[in-house]
Design a protein around this ligand. Sequence first.
Ligand code: SF4
Ligand code: SF4
Length: 447
Amino acid sequence: MKRTISSLKLPHLKSTAPMAAVRMPLPKEVLIPCSPMTSHSGVHSEPVVQVGDHVTVGQLIAAEKDRGSSNIHASVSGTVKAIEPYMSGGRKATAIRIESDGKMEKCPDLKLPEPANLDEFLQCVRQSGVVGLGGAAYPVWAKLSAAQKAHIQTILINGAECEPFITSDHRLMLEHGDLIQKGIELLKKYLGSEEYIIGIEKNKPDAIQALKERFRDDPAVKIMELGSVYPQGAKQVLLYNATGKVVEKGQRMASLGVLIINVSSLAKMAEYFVTGMPMVERIITVEGSAVKEPKNLIVPIGVSVRDVVEACGGLKEEPGKIIFGGAMMGKTQESLDSVILKATNAVVIMNQKDAQKAEPTPCIHCGRCVSVCPLGLNPVAFSNAMELPEGMDAQRAAILQKEQVNVCMECGCCSYVCPAHRPLAENNTAARGWIRNWEKAQKEGGK
Ligand code: SF4
Ligand code: SF4
């Protein structure tokens, strides 16, 4: 029976969709973080350069330490000026500051990867430092490595790009269909999956047309037009709308024979096999009411928002809020000194008026937040649990576990529809963090 997954019709606000990605002027310096929640998930990558070293573009500057971390490479040539603390989203990170010499000298050790088998292919992807570019930043090699252990029949390529403002995947699909094709060839050759579905929202008819044309003679590749609804790009929603399959709470996607990969991650992986250059740059959308000339830019990883804004003609108003990602799921940044990370697909800078939040009022028990949740969760229960007084941790944990706060994907639909302007999504994030720490403490016998 056809299920309906709740979703929202949001204003697209994608004014940069017709704008080809242009390379920004070379910045004077970059600051490249090598810590979890910045460049990748997992643990810190270990810096392998020292202050004063001369580095070249694509040179390894921090080495991965586990499956969740990633290799970090210099995005400009020049001199390592500092290895210093960096704050990102309220978390402390370590970052490598490189002063550009203006030459963009390529690392002489780079060569084209030529894997002879699946293991060598995975090792090459690992060396490339490519992580999930849709936001999760989980290393692509680790994802593919897990997939090869399950039998993956279907690779679902996520080109939905459902968030307002962002058009970087859209531009990539229009401008780099060759890399998407190369990525699919690589997956066919080494993973051997039979079916490839590229899911794209209908609000990108030119990208749909271009890819249909490109894969016209390839029966293994299907371009699927999806409704322009939010959160179409969320993996559970995309899975159902593209394949009719449902991943139950707690179930692994691979057990359904499906792997989902973001279209930009696939293309960036392929680029490494075409050029030998690891991940040192990406396309981002720069948008928002405070930005003078919104654009799609090709930027080096580690460039500051300040430099990116400069490349867009500067600001026309005082910034009220700086967001990495879209208006729904993006992460608020501290200042214009924040730097572009591997998974940053957009910088949205709102003016002070647009950044203003309505004051929350008491819940009126309308139930809209529950009915809109694509995963059928109950955000009111999460709020109530978090409001329990100190000393009721066991009860709080029991509610959060029973209501499965851990599966919340923080899509923000519940906050968006709440007539009382309650900060439900923020509360969900806090609740997920709280239960993670509580369960960890329980395991360690601390409570
Ligand atoms: S943020 Fe979480 S609880 Fe709210 S609608 Fe999205 S998935 Fe549901
Ligand atoms: S949408 Fe807002 S007001 Fe309505 S039940 Fe949910 S929290 Fe309460």
